[in-house]
Design a protein around this ligand. Sequence first.
Ligand SMILES: [Cu+2]
Length: 169
Amino acid sequence: MTSDARHERRLREIEQRRQHHERAGQQAVQRQQQLRALGFLGVIVAVLAIGGYLAFGSFFNRPSAAIGTIDVQSSMAGFTPSTITVTAGTVATLNWWTDDAAMHMTGGVHTMISPELGMNEQLPAESRRMITWQVPDKPGTYDVWCDSCCGGKDAPQMHGKIVILPNNA
Ligand SMILES: [Cu+2]
């Protein structure tokens, strides 16, 4: 074998090794890019999952019989709205609130009283209470009143109505 041929072969070997290294390098870069893409996808999935949980989590966690939250304000004018409607046998959530100061009310509270419904609740001045109420399974229209301000039970404006609809579910 001539020295030229040996030299030639040596050059070929070097070139092959170089190409091999290059391919390995490219593959490593591709793997890195794939990993990065996977990581990014993972972040997107996590964000969607967390967002979905925040948007629907409380909804899914509600008791199946729950209806929407009912806002009720107590004031010197009585209950606003003066009639609330719920469904028998469901869980109702009342968001009960007042802006009134304590000095206008006996004991510093508004009350929500309905002996027929076993209801006797108090709401401190300038506050808000969430009441989770298991609505009794007795459809009808019930009287409810506040007995701690403005004449109480004797004053017509201190009365409201709770309408319990039959549960057809
Ligand atoms: Cu009151």
